[in-house]
Design a protein. Structure first.
Lengths: 322, 503, 154
């Protein structure tokens, strides 16, 4: 007990001094919560746990971050909760997935939009890729599109849901190649969609680059193209869609980062915006992310604001036809 | 036999210490209401960052095995199933505890857990390649039929009235549709902001099972000290072993069903216990004793729960697809060390892979040893006066349901469902079929929609859902199961009418 | 079968039947139809079974369920009131730990058979409450980092 009191006293002193040094109250004075709108074990959850693992360090937040999962309906459940029910006191952070939440807000039926949240920082960018089973006859996107042209609406391919990055990629592909495809959203998210490809339930699939990379290492899939503007360092051999003649940009790239609900005090936002990107840059975080095959892309608050605004315009144009 | 080669790795001091830590910690976390095995393992992930890969996995593997078994503790003693896996355990386990046989119920549950668990891990060791194919063969149409099969179990789960059992199941299926639908994102039946995210299974479980029992204790009023304390019968461990061996039919059914169902992605872990319970009831010569504190019920349910642990990792270890949420979290534990599971996992990282599997094997046995020790202590919970018990269960229910997602909404849902369930129970409805509906509804719906989307793009709905031996096998089982329910209902009616004549 | 359980059965199954019909009505009238396909299917079965149960209750042919006796209702009423206030208001309104301690203590006092006039048994109740609070705090706040609502005190 004595030890505990001594520890508490030291922690208290450390907290007050560091807070006084930076000059904005004593935030955070207790553990901070990070809401992830996907289930435990999903890519977003997994990465959120890694990038926040150093939060307790003195040069970061000085308090641990607890991950709370609120999965459901492609992330809508969690983001609705963050926009309407979460306390805007800086102790409730949320993980965002762009383009998912922006596309959902454009489609409607949810209680949030880009105006409901304030971004803090971006930690990762995971492009979508097109995968087929290892024993598939398709060896390039040209083969896939040739099949789709011969069988309009008959090319089944899986993805993680509707109005998420994979769906955006699917829509872009349909538009760029001028064919009709059968996109099958999977309830179990990316891993379910990957399973459907490997088991041969569907002819192909859109999936996360990180998961597809792993599956290719396991010898179960072939990767035919990346939905991004440049090749990825994890797989230099896989061409982009644009290289294969389809006019597709990086609108479907899954950006992951941290945000807070609107109404959070500006001083708290500033404090977080200053400390969180540095926390992501920690070398331990970087090595764990690299080991897990998760591409990082650290952006500060201003860069994220810009990226959100740009995405909003692209997605409105893309989804207007639906 | 390669796995024996790495066995000594498990007994290295540091590794064995972690194994002990994971096992004991897992038992405690598992017994905490509201903390499912998935969450328990996810909470431990940060602790593995600093460890060697195999050490981290030993910790996670041990925690996974023992949280599943630890869930039985609160299921039996408090009637709070910590996770869907433990629902079936409450049915007879808590009834046994009420009869003063809490110690016996816990012993039986840990012994059968260990037997089922060891069998499951052995399957993982020897039959992984075969099982991987089997796990992949379940597509949307099969999962749909499987969910329907689960729904038909509803009718017979509660022997008192098939109609009311089915009606409870329908209420559960309806509750499951509340919130956003998963594929279209449309809002359904959101009549209060607490349910805008849908009804979460864990708070619902806590409410449906724990709250009616709290109110039932209230209903007994202020009883005198002597009347309310249940005498706890001491029960020798050797007796428990003999009992488990005597009930080998329930043990076998539980173990086999658990191992097979555990493989099926997304469905397995949640319903393995219930399906095993239902089947062993149907095959038992004393089926009328089920639900009244019958040892076979506990044995079948717990053997199935732990038998499913090993096979549920098969898709992860061989194909790199996490078949269950817990497997997904374990995948995270591998990834942070830069290890990609897949067919060559055992070639590239034999030390990690085999040590992990061996530790699960040893973990099962350790879990049993500790569990049996705990059983002696924990069974005295039954000696806690009812007034204290009611207050403790209520407090734990509130904290447990809040901690799942840190939302007051979950607490309100827990309270509202619990209150309604108490009154429903007074009128012959029961919680187990309702929960089964709640769990299976989304599985049936999602796979039906996904299946019909694939079917529309390819062969057509009729062909898609009605061809292939696996589809037909499942359909035949569904029909047989419904037939059995109807037959039971008719027999039941004849029986009661005879009684009516006599009275 | 006496009248009390029979009337109770009619009320209970009536409530369920009403819910069933409402759910069916909503399912068949709401859009988009694709999202309500599954609810339509189950609500039809739900409504039919609920009406069946209701009719059986009206005819007095319910076989299972004993309803509630007057004595049981009198016994559970105070506990139920404490529980409802605790779960639906106090937990959030007063903060989890404060509300839990109060509710726990009141429930013990209400249902503990030890005589109310005796100082020793009051001491015991306070001790049990304190013990429970320590365990809960250690488990949820210290071990699991669950930040529960804290309005007054903590």
């Amino acid at each position: 007990m004595k030890k505990f009191i001594a520890g508490a006293a030291i922690a208290l002193v450390a907290m007050t001094t560091s807070a006084a040094a930076e000059g904005h109250g004593d935030f955070p004075e207790r553990p901070v919560m990070l809401m992830v709108s996907y289930g435990a074990g999903g890519a977003t959850d997994f990465q959120a746990r890694i990038v926040t693992m150093t939060a307790g360090n003195d040069d970061a937040l000085g308090m641990p971050v607890a991950i709370i999962n609120k999965p459901g309906a492609g992330g809508r459940v969690g983001w609705n909760w963050l926009a309407t029910q979460a306390d805007a006191d800086g102790y409730t952070l949320g993980a965002y997935n762009v383009p998912h939440f922006i596309a959902q807000s454009i489609k409607g039926g949810v209680e949030y939009s880009t105006d409901s949240f304030e971004p803090i920082a971006n930690w990762g960018a995971d492009p979508a890729v097109f995968v087929v089973g290892a024993d598939s006859d398709f060896n390039s996107m040209a083969d896939v599109i040739a099949y789709a042209t011969a069988n309009p609406g008959g090319l089944t391919f899986s993805g993680a849901g509707l109005f998420v990055g994979h769906h955006i990629a699917a829509l872009q592909l349909e538009k760029a190649a001028g064919v009709k495809l059968a996109y099958i959203p999977n309830k179990s998210g990316g891993s379910g969609a990957m399973r459907a490809v490997i088991a041969g339930e569907v002819l192909g699939g859109v999936n996360n680059l990180s998961d597809a990379f792993r599956a290719r290492e396991a010898g179960t899939v072939k990767i035919l193209g990346v939905f991004d503007t440049a090749r990825n360092s994890f797989m230099e051999d896989v061409p982009t869609m644009a290289e294969q003649g389809y006019d597709i940009d990086n609108a479907s790239v899954n950006f992951r980062g941290v945000m807070v609900p609107k109404g959070t005090p500006q001083s708290v936002i500033d404090h977080l915006a200053a400390t969180v990107p540095a926390m992501f840059e920690n070398s331990r975080v970087a090595s764990r992310m690299k080991a897990g095959g998760s591409p990082m892309n650290i952006m500060n608050r201003d860069e994220v604001l810009e990226m959100w605004a740009a995405r909003q315009i692209t997605l409105e144009a893309l989804l207007s036809g639906l | 036999m390669e796995f024996l080669f790495y066995m000594d790795e498990v007994f290295a001091p540091m590794n064995f210490g972690l194994l002990l830590l994971g096992t004991i910690g897992g038992l405690i976390l598992g017994a905490t209401p509201g903390l499912s095995p998935t969450m328990a393992v996810a909470l431990l992930i940060p602790f593995t960052f600093k460890l060697e890969p195999q050490q981290g996995l030993i910790l996670l593997g041990a925690a996974y095995t023992s949280t599943v078994a630890g869930g039985a503790v609160s299921a039996i003693l408090l009637k709070i199933p910590g996770a869907p896996a433990n629902i079936a355990t409450t049915l007879d386990g808590h009834a046994m505890a009420l009869k003063g046989e809490g110690a016996k119920a816990l012993q039986l549950s840990f012994i059968s857990s260990a037997i089922g668990g060891v069998f499951g891990v052995l399957l993982l060791i020897f039959l992984t390649p075969v099982l991987a194919q089997w796990a992949l063969s379940f597509g949307p149409s099969h999962l749909f039929w499987l969910a329907i099969l689960g729904v038909t179990v509803i009718g017979t789960l509660d022997s008192s009235s098939v109609v009311k059992g089915l009606l409870s199941g329908c209420i559960g299926l309806w509750l499951a549709t509340i919130g956003f639908d998963d594929i279209m994102g449309a809002q359904r039946f959101i009549f209060h902001s607490s349910v805008s995210g849908g009804i979460n299974v864990i708070p619902a479980l806590i409410g449906l099972f724990a709250i009616p029992q709290v109110i039932a204790m209230f209903a007994k009023g202020r009883q005198s000290n002597d009347a309310e304390v249940i005498v706890v019968q001491k029960h020798a461990v050797s007796e428990a072993f003999r009992e488990v061996i005597k009930r080998k039919k329930a043990l076998t059914i539980g173990t086999l069903i658990g191992s097979i169902i555990g493989l099926i992605p997304g469905v397995g872990g949640q319903i393995a216990g219930l399906v095993a319970y239902d089947q062993s009831k149907k095959f038992s010569s004393e089926s009328e004793k089920f639900g009244t504190g019958h040892s076979e019920g506990v044995i079948a349910a717990e053997a199935a729960n732990n038998a499913m642990v090993g096979p549920s990792l098969v898709p992860l270890l061989t194909l790199s697809i996490p078949g269950s949420p817990t497997a997904a979290v374990l995948l995270g534990g591998l990834l942070i060390h830069g290890i990609f599971p897949g067919p060559d996992l055992f070639i590239n990282y034999p030390k990690v892979a085999w040590t992990f599997i061996d530790s699960m094997l040893i973990g099962q046995i350790l879990m049993c040893v500790f569990g049996l020790y705990v059983a002696g202590l924990a069974a005295s919970v039954a000696r806690v006066p009812q007034s204290v018990m009611a207050a403790v269960v209520l407090g734990l229910a509130v904290f447990g349901s809040y901690s799942v997602q840190n939302t007051m909404g979950d607490v309100y849902v827990m309270g509202a469902l619990g209150l309604s369930m108490y009154f429903l129970e007074r009128f012959g409805f029961s919680a187990a079929p309702l929960v089964l509906g709640l769990i299976l509804g989304p599985i049936a719906e999602a796979n039906f929609i996904q299946g019909s989307m694939i079917a529309n793009a390819t062969v057509g709905t009729g062909t898609y859902f009605f061809t292939g031996w696996l589809n037909w096998l499942l359909i035949v089982i569904v029909v047989a199961s419904v037939g059995y329910s109807v037959w039971m209902e008719v027999r039941n009616r004849r029986y009661t009418s005879k009684e009516e004549i006599l009275s | 079968m006496s009248d009390l359980p029979r009337n109770q059965h009619i009320i209970a199954s009536g409530v369920i039947a009403t819910i069933g019909l409402t759910v069916a009505y909503i399912s068949f009238t709401q859009e988009p139809a694709a999202a309500f396909l599954f609810p339509r299917l189950i609500s039809s079965v739900f409504a039919v079974l609920a009406i069946w149960t209701f009719l059986k209750a009206v005819l007095g042919r319910t076989k299972v369920g004993n309803g509630l006796s007057g004595e049981a209702m009198k016994n559970l009423a105070p506990g139920l009131i404490v529980m409802v206030i605790y779960v639906f208001w106090a937990a959030k309104g007063l903060g989890f730990y404060t509300a839990t301690a109060i509710a726990f203590f009141i429930l013990l006092s209400l249902y503990d058979p030890a005589p109310h006039g005796e100082i020793k048994s009051w001491g015991k109740r306070v001790l049990i409450t304190a013990g429970f609070m320590v365990v809960i705090y250690g488990l949820f706040a210290q071990l699991l980092y669950v930040f529960t609502p804290r309005e007054i005190f903590f």
